[in-house]
Design a protein around this ligand. Sequence first.
Ligand SMILES: *[C@@H]1O[C@H](CO)[C@@H](O)[C@H](O)[C@H]1NC(C)=O
Ligand SMILES: *[C@@H]1O[C@H](CO)[C@@H](O)[C@H](O)[C@H]1NC(C)=O
Length: 212
Amino acid sequence: MKFPKLWILFLLLLVTIQSKLALGAKAQYSSKQAYVTLLYGDEFLLGVRVLGKSIRDTGSTKDMVVLVSDGVSDYAKKLLEADGWIVENISLLVNPNQVRPKWFWGVYTKLKIFNMTNYKKVVYLDAGTIVVKSIEDLLNVKFCANLKHSERLNSGVMVVEPSEAVFNDMMSKVNTLPSYTGGDQGFLNSYYSDFPNAHVFDPNIPQEVSKV
Ligand SMILES: *[C@@H]1O[C@H](CO)[C@@H](O)[C@H](O)[C@H]1NC(C)=O
Ligand SMILES: *[C@@H]1O[C@H](CO)[C@@H](O)[C@H](O)[C@H]1NC(C)=O
């Protein structure tokens, strides 16, 4: 019976071709995980460049994406591209809070990282942070953030699994959920209100267990 064997071979070939096609379609994004930061204006340009260098210094080859708003000059975008950043133009998300520090006007924009569904996982880092050693262990968790004063999450460094559903849900709640900071961090603390009870990240725990 030679016939069935040929069929299996043919099917295998088809599967191989299809998976190659699928890979090709995603070529715009070279990896499914990325480091992400936000730049609202040229003042923090140096901070983002230093952050990028610190990420590359750890040996990471993952995508580095900088979300830039209108305030960022073309000159700054060119420099960042030359540094290896993928530059994405975004519009600001309006901060719905009337009571807030003045410089918090655009910080809700950070929630857009939850909408980066081209990636399976993103590590968000504030432009003021640097990476001192490889943090790629972080990419194994579903959602992760620093605990601040052991009861609030700090949104300066976060690991996020982007999801259109979560993002849309957040967008439907930005005007109603309270924010103790008047910014995105307070909002996220309301949104993830059981965060203080979540698992503490431990790189030695298998992925399945550490999912929050
Ligand atoms: C981003 O905006 C700049 C103008 O500031 C424009 O030149 C560039 O093409 C835009 N990039 C994308 C990917 O839309
Ligand atoms: C979220 O992502 C989708 C798909 O990429 C896009 O069409 C939409 O404009 C994004 N929403 C916001 C508020 O940026």
